[in-house]
Ligand binder design. Structure first.
Ligand SMILES: Nc1ncnc2c1ncn2[C@@H]1O[C@H](COP(=O)(O)OP(=O)(O)O)[C@@H](O)[C@H]1O
Ligand SMILES: [Mg+2]
Length: 408
């Protein structure tokens, strides 16, 4: 692959906000090197969150008068960053809540900033997801404000606001629906169900007996429940990665590595009450299409408005995220018909148009069994870590770097 020159030989500087040791950072740098581009300047979430470094200062050092590209990458898989984000969202910390849609953070689901910074962080345990999300929203708002104040021209790969709304499944559903996309029906208005009992009321009035109940601000199948109830017998089944741990009379919740099947009413009530307290998105369970008796969804990457890399995720469970030992297939031609492939492409591209501030995201598309109708159900601002996926002979990072250059 040859090197590309742009701007009459001057490359647009590229700032990457991420976790430096993470595979994402390495993947992006490798792609830049392969395309003959200078390495991205990497600014760590940890330094920014601890206020050891300010983004304006870094932009000042980088600027040559032209535009700077800024990519915010995933903040996950770093304990110091996780603690900082929970602390940023704490009720005793002030912050800019422009991107945070809830009005308050109830006491039962929050901790002080000091306690957040001292969290032991056991592996897998889900800590204060609503507070984490508020912290991330405050951080995103701070980045946006500080970049604006610097008066330096920047181009965000995904704007702070678009990332914030993609991260909240409630606002995501609303945006997609407002943009005319087909979305799974809801048993009750967005965000209305706040407990297990309210869920049962919504089930009775909507007649929907099979639902997906999700932590509104979760990702990676964290806090996702496939739930069904038999109206005649009242028997329930909840399939989820959520594990419950009892400790000194109180329960905590964690991501079990594999799916669990809960049938006990008291367990199910406890899990659903917790998800609802933290903020739930609840929608109809769409019967997914299957291949070789495994159901699947499609992770479709969209860059600059165009669908590119496609990964099929097949599972013998209702939840297809790949880290749950599900199967990935890249040879979609033999699996999806030309019509379905086209529908997935159009659906994912239409989904991105609902987020004008975003130029790269991975859309999870469901294909309904029988009807072949497509649904965009999850928009991932960092959905480009797709091992082995190729498009026009390039991996996801190489493709994005090439697209940036082409745009210039
Ligand atoms: N409404 C739904 N109907 C059927 N399957 C669903 C539905 N919502 C989610 N799923 C399944 O659960 C997985 C995880 O849900 P998703 O909304 O993508 O959350 P996450 O952000 O945790 O990935 C999806 O990839 C899909 O396999
Ligand atoms: Mg998903």
């Amino acid at each position: 692959m040859g090197s590309y020159s742009s701007n009459g030989g001057r490359e647009t500087p590229f700032l990457l906000i991420g976790n430096p040791a993470n595979k994402r950072t390495k993947g992006l740098q490798a792609a830049r090197s392969k395309l003959g581009l200078a390495p991205a300047v990497v600014l760590s979430y940890e330094q920014l969150l601890k206020r050891n470094v300010y983004i304006q200062d870094v932009l000042q050092q980088m600027t040559g008068g032209g535009e700077i590209i800024i990519r915010l990458d995933a903040p996950g898989e770093d304990q110091a960053v996780e603690r900082e984000l929970i602390a940023w969202g704490a009720p005793d910390r002030s912050g800019d809540d422009v991107f945070w849609s809830a009005s308050s953070l109830p006491e039962r689901i929050s901790i002080s900033a000091t306690d957040a910074l001292a969290l032991p962080l056991q592996h897998g345990r889900i800590y204060y997801p609503a507070q984490w999300y508020r912290g991330y929203c405050r951080f995103l708002a701070a980045m946006q404000r500080e970049v604006r104040a610097s008066k330096i021209a920047v181009r965000w790969v995904n704007s702070p606001g678009s990332i914030a709304s993609m991260f909240d499944k409630r606002s995501c559903w609303q945006l997609l629906s407002r943009h005319g996309l087909r979305v799974p029906a809801l048993p009750a208005p967005v965000g209305a169900v706040r407990s297990y009992d309210e869920l049962q009321t919504a089930i009775s009035s909507s007649g929907m007996r099979r639902l997906f109940i999700k932590l509104a601000c979760g990702s990676g199948a964290s806090g996702v429940i496939a739930y069904q109830i038999n109206p005649r017998t009242g028997d329930e089944l909840a399939i989820t990665t959520i594990g419950i741990e009892e400790h000194a009379g109180s329960s905590s919740f964690y991501n079990a590595g594999l799916l669990r099947h809960y049938r006990e009413h008291s367990d199910i009530r406890q899990i659903i009450d917790w998800v609802c307290r933290e903020g739930a998105h609840i929608e109809r369970w769409i019967e997914k299409d299957s291949f070789e008796s495994k159901s699947f969804d499609v992770r479709q990457l969209v860059v600059n408005g165009e669908a590119c890399h496609t990964v099929l995720r097949l599972s013998s469970t209702p939840i297809t995220n790949l880290h749950l030992r599900n199967e990935r297939r890249m040879d979609i031609d033999g699996i999806l018909s030309a019509e379905v492939k086209q529908a997935v492409k159009l659906t994912s591209e239409a989904a991105l148009r609902a987020f004008p501030g975003s130029t790269a995201a991975g859309v999870d598309v469901l294909v309904q069994r029988g009807s072949g109708l497509t649904y965009a159900i999850d928009i991932n601002p960092f959905g480009d870590l797709l091992y082995g996926a190729e498009y026009e002979g390039m991996n996801t990072y190489e493709w994005q770097m090439r697209e940036l250059l082409r745009k210039e």
